[in-house]
Ligand binder design. Structure first.
Ligand code: SAM
Length: 355
């Protein structure tokens, strides 16, 4: 993610996507197994916390719920990749020197590591959550997508000659996503206490839309525009791949449905797909301000695509200027043709109990 507070400032849409499912886990708190005499503390973990704005908000909601049933100390663990801007997360945890996590006996910490392996000791968690994260693949498969930038392929409203992803090209990414998810659930099964809860939410797709539609089309068109005007070599486009997979609900649940060990480890309490409201779309329908919509849409997109785009650009180009040019092009294209880049946030989620 783009650090220095940029992700936090441009992630209202992710907040809206996780907000839709937070009540599930708040309601499930009443069922948690926290009455054991030997128990000395509770553990809650958020996976893929980024700079912390949304994660701290979510963890505060859980802390409020937990405080209704227990006064035990709570360890609150925030995880992300080691490359994350953890400095910003710590600043968010203590803005102006005051703790952002509410209440007493709360012990926050941050852990660098991957969602697809173990993050905390066995049976140390009562709740684990992940929001808008596990679509990011652990690694890019050894495969090329020369005619688009994302395994899902272009959206239906943005056709362009010779831009496509075949099923054969997509397959290695689909397989990697399935394998990642299997390792994700296996690690959480080890970490959760019996009766512990896991809330998994991520951007995805349903039978009508993929969250990728429009979003990656405008980025693809903008990079291609730079190729056509000679600012970037075609090779940059051909090699550029965002290793992200947008699952449907069936794919989210597949490891639990198909692996006997995982089926024994988790009970599926709830599972749902919903289209969540997107703050910049709501603002547009309220005020009709296309320029503001394009600006917000661009900021949202830039926050989670810039790092990968930057790593794909040739070293002999001025990095900052080239990125600014591409995202300026994104904003310009959005304003010129909003219908081509219509955006729908499809949020998929499951609430599981460790059994
Ligand atoms: C779109 S942000 C979501 C942040 C926050 N959860 C939210 O909903 O606003 C995705 C986060 O997932 C992190 N991430 C990507 N792959 C990961 C992995 N394998 N393990 C842990 N975090 C990962 C990224 O670094 C990024 O901070």
């Amino acid at each position: 993610m783009k650090g220095g507070g940029y992700y936090d400032a441009h992630s209202k849409e992710q907040r809206s996507a996780l907000e839709a499912f937070l009540p599930w886990i708040e309601e499930a708190i009443a069922d948690l197994p926290i009455l054991s005499d030997s128990q000395e503390s509770l553990g809650i973990l958020d996976i893929g916390s980024s700079e912390g704005g949304n994660a701290i908000y979510a963890m505060n909601r859980l802390i409020s719920g937990l405080r209704c049933i227990s006064s035990l100390p709570i360890g609150v663990f925030f995880n992300d990749l080691p490359t994350n801007d953890f400095n910003h997360l710590f600043k968010n945890l203590y803005p102006d020197g005051e703790a952002a996590l509410s209440g007493t006996n709360i012990f926050p910490s941050a852990i660098g590591g991957t969602a697809y392996g173990r993050i905390v000791p066995p049976q140390s968690l009562h709740i684990a959550t992940t929001f808008n994260t596990i679509g990011w693949l652990e690694k890019k498969p050894d495969a090329r997508l020369p005619n688009y930038i994302l395994p899902m392929g272009p959206g239906p409203l943005a056709p362009r000659e010779s831009i496509s992803v075949s099923e054969t090209e997509r397959a290695p990414f689909r397989i990697q996503a399935a394998d990642d998810l299997h390792r994700f659930y296996t690690a959480r099964a080890d970490e959760l206490v019996n009766g512990g809860k896991l809330l998994v939410q991520v951007f995805g797709r349903d039978e009508r839309f993929s969250t990728s539609d429009g979003l990656y089309d405008v980025l693809s068109d903008s990079v291609l525009n730079c190729v056509e005007e000679g600012t970037l070599p075609l090779e940059v486009y051909e090699k550029l791949v965002f290793p992200i997979y947008f699952r449907n609900l069936e794919e989210l649940l597949a490891p639990i449905a198909t692996d006997a060990q995982l089926a024994k480890s988790f009970r599926i309490d709830k599972a749902e797909t919903c289209e969540v409201s997107v703050p910049f779309n709501v603002a547009l329908s309220d005020n009709g301000d296309i320029a503001a919509w394009s600006r917000s849409y661009t900021g949202f997109l830039r926050a989670f695509t810039e790092a990968i785009l930057a790593s794909a650009l040739p070293g002999d180009l001025p990095l900052g200027d080239t990125l600014d040019k591409i995202y300026h092009q994104v904003e310009h294209r959005l304003a010129a043709d909003p219908a081509r880049y219509e955006f729908h946030y499809i949020s998929i989620a499951a609430l599981l109990t460790r059994v």
